[in-house]
Ligand binder design. Structure first.
Ligand code: IPE
Ligand code: IPE
Ligand code: MG
Length: 253
C-alpha cells in the first residue's frame, strides 16, 4: 500500500490574513461601513487569541492596502480613526500578553498622530517574544518590491553591493518583511479569491484558504477550521515528496 501523502502535523508558523468583508457586513445590517470596520476590530482580537492558542508564532493582518487610499476620504479617515482607537484600547493587552507588534507598509502616508502611536506601540512591545503580530497598513506588494529594488540600486551605486552577489535571501532583506518567516498559510475572508497585492513575494509557496465568512463574523471556529484544512494539505515546494515512490496519481494502483 502507498503511504498517505505527507501532510503537515505542525501548525503553520506564520499565518497571514486578508481581512475582507467589513463593508458588506455593515451593508447587510443597514449600517454605515465604519460599523463594519469597528466590528472587524473585535475579530482581530479573537483571531490573535486563537492563533496563540494553536501555537502559531507569527500573524500578519492586512488592514489597509496601498490601493485603499483611493476610497472616499470619509472612509479613509474613519479607518485611521478606528486604527488609533484600536491601538489605544489594545496596546496594554499586547504589551502584557508578550505580543510584539510590527507594522509594515508606507506609514509615512498617514498623519503624524497615527504615525506616532504606531511607533510608540512598536517601541513598547519590542522586547516581547511570545507572539509576533504584524499589521500591514498602507501596504502593497508592488510598492514594497519597487522600494526594495530602489534600495538595492542605491546600495549598488554607493559601492556597498555587488549586483552579482544579490540572491533571493539577500533581496528578501530589502523587503518590509525582512527577518520574518514567509507565511505558510494565507486566509482571505468574505469569499473573494484573490491576493489583492498582498505579500506576493512572501506567499510564493503559502497554502491559500478562502473563507466565506465576512471578516467581522470571523472567529476561533473559522480559524481552527482553516488550520485543520491546512494540516491536510501536502506542501511540496516544487519537490516530489521523498516518501512517494508511486507514479504521479499512482495512489490508485
Ligand atoms: C476590509 O473590508 C477592510 C479594508 C479593506 C480596509 P472592506 O472594507 O473591503 O469590505 P467589503 O469588501 O467592501 O465588504
Ligand atoms: C484587500 O481588500 C485589502 C485589505 C483587506 C486590507 P480590498 O477589499 O481592498 O480588496 P479588493 O478591492 O476587493 O481586491
Ligand atoms: Mg473588500
Amino acid at each position: 500500500m502507498n503511504k498517505p501523502p505527507q501532510t503537515s502535523a505542525a501548525p503553520p508558523r506564520h499565518v497571514a490574513i486578508i481581512m475582507d468583508g467589513n463593508g458588506r457586513w455593515a451593508a447587510r445590517r443597514g449600517l454605515p461601513r465604519a460599523a463594519g470596520h469597528r466590528e472587524g476590530g473585535k475579530a482581530v482580537r479573537r483571531t490573535i487569541e486563537a492563533a496563540i492558542e494553536h501555537g502559531v508564532e507569527w500573524l500578519t493582518l492586512f488592514a489597509f492596502s496601498s490601493e485603499n487610499w483611493h476610497r472616499p476620504q470619509s472612509e479613509v479617515s474613519d479607518l485611521t480613526r478606528l486604527l488609533r482607537r484600536y491601538l489605544r484600547s489594545e496596546l496594554k493587552e499586547l504589551e502584557q500578553g508578550g505580543i510584539k507588534l510590527r507594522v509594515i507598509g508606507e506609514r509615512d502616508r498617514f498623519g503624524p498622530r497615527l504615525r506616532a502611536e504606531l511607533a510608540a506601540a512598536e517601541e513598547r512591545t519590542r522586547n516581547n517574544t511570545k507572539f509576533n503580530l504584524v499589521i500591514a497598513l498602507s501596504y502593497g506588494s508592488r510598492a514594497e518590491l519597487v522600494t526594495a529594488a530602489r534600495r538595492v540600486a542605491e546600495a549598488a551605486r554607493a559601492g556597498q553591493l555587488d549586483p552579482a552577489t544579490l540572491d533571493e535571501a539577500s533581496f528578501a532583506g530589502y523587503l518590509a518583511t525582512s527577518g520574518m518567516p514567509d507565511p505558510d498559510l494565507v486566509i482571505r475572508t468574505s469569499g473573494e479569491q484573490r491576493l489583492s497585492n498582498f505579500l506576493l513575494w512572501q506567499a510564493a509557496y503559502a497554502e491559500l484558504i478562502f473563507v466565506e465568512a465576512l471578516w467581522p463574523d470571523f472567529g476561533a471556529a473559522h480559524f481552527a477550521a482553516a488550520l485543520a484544512d491546512y494540516a491536510g494539505r501536502e506542501r511540496r515546494f516544487g519537490v516530489r515528496p521523498t516518501t512517494d515512490t508511486a507514479e504521479p496519481g499512482g495512489a490508485h494502483h
